[in-house]
Design a protein. Structure first.
Ligand SMILES: [Zn+2]
Length: 248
C-alpha cells in the first residue's frame, strides 16, 4: 500500500500546494483519493490521469476538503463520453450538510454512497476501509485503511474530544491534523487540534509513524515540528505535497 500526499494545507493552499488530499494506492493498484481539496487535481495529475481514480472518499463537506471534487466531476464526464472510462466514479461522503451533498451527484457519472459511522467497504480483495465519527462542526469521519500488513489511519478534521479509543491502536501511519500552533489555539476550540494535542493523540494510539497535516500555509515548519515533538514520543514527519510513503 502506498500513501501519496497531494495536499496538506488549510484553510487555503500554499504556493504550488493544495488543501487536503491523499492518494492511497493498494497492492493490486486500486487508486483511492481521500478528500479532494483546492489544488488536489493539479497534484494528482503528476501521478495518474484524474479519471483513472477508482474511488473518492470525502471525510466531510467543508470546502477545503471538497473544492476540487466539482472539477473532478467534469474530468469523469469527459472521460466517459470519450470512452477513456466506462464506469461512474464511486464516492463515499456524508449526507449532511444537505446543501452540499446534493451537489455531489452529477448525472450518471458519479455514484454517491453515504459515509457514516457504519461504513465498511472493500477497496480490493486485500484492502478495507472503515470510518469513525470525529468531533467536528459537521459530520466528519476518520478513515482506517487496512490491508493484510498495514493500517493507515487518517484522522480527518477532529477536535480533541473525539472518541479516539474507538479506533484501532498501533496504526503504521497516523495522518493527524494540527491546525494551530499552541499560541494560536482559540480558547474554546473544539473542532480542530493543536500541534501538542496531535502529539498526545498519536501517543494514545501508539502510532508507529505520525504524519502531521492540515497545516496553515504561513506557519514555520520548524515551529510546527518542534511543538509536535514536545509531546509525541515517536517518529514524525510534517506532511508536504509530494510526500510518498511506501508500506511494504
Ligand atoms: Zn479542514
Amino acid at each position: 500500500m502506498q500513501l501519496t500526499v497531494l495536499g496538506c494545507h488549510s484553510p487555503f493552499p500554499a504556493p504550488d500546494g493544495a488543501t487536503p488530499g491523499y492518494l492511497i494506492t493498494t497492492k493490486s493498484g486500486k487508486q483511492v483519493l481521500l478528500d479532494c481539496g483546492s489544488g488536489v487535481l493539479s497534484q494528482l495529475i503528476k501521478y495518474i490521469p484524474p479519471y483513472d481514480l477508482d474511488m473518492v472518499i470525502l471525510s466531510h463537506l467543508h470546502h477545503d476538503h471538497i473544492a476540487d471534487f466539482f472539477v473532478l466531476q467534469y474530468a469523469i464526464m469527459v472521460a466517459i463520453k470519450q470512452g477513456w472510462r466506462t464506469k461512474p466514479l464511486q464516492i463515499y461522503a456524508p449526507i449532511k450538510p444537505l446543501k452540499w451533498s446534493k451537489n455531489l451527484y452529477y448525472g450518471d457519472y458519479i455514484d454517491v454512497r453515504e459515509l457514516n459511522e457504519k461504513t465498511w467497504t472493500e477497496l480490493d480483495e486485500d484492502t478495507t476501509v472503515r470510518s469513525y465519527r470525529t468531533n467536528h462542526s459537521v459530520p466528519c469521519y476518520a478513515l482506517e485503511i487496512q490491508d493484510q500488513k498495514h493500517i493507515i489511519l487518517y484522522g480527518a478534521d477532529s477536535g480533541y474530544e473525539t472518541n479516539w479509543n474507538q479506533m484501532k491502536k498501533n496504526p503504521d501511519v497516523f495522518i493527524c491534523e494540527a491546525t494551530y500552533l499552541e499560541s494560536d489555539m482559540p480558547a474554546n476550540a473544539k473542532d480542530h487540534l493543536s500541534t501538542c494535542q496531535a502529539g498526545e493523540i498519536a501517543n494514545l494510539l501508539n502510532a508507529k509513524h505520525l504524519v502531521v497535516t492540515h497545516l496553515f500555509p504561513f506557519y514555520d515548519r520548524d515551529d510546527l515540528l518542534h511543538e509536535v515533538m514536545s509531546t509525541y514520543k515517536g517518529f514524525c514527519d510534517l506532511a508536504q505535497t509530494g510526500f510518498i510513503l511506501n508500506l511494504k
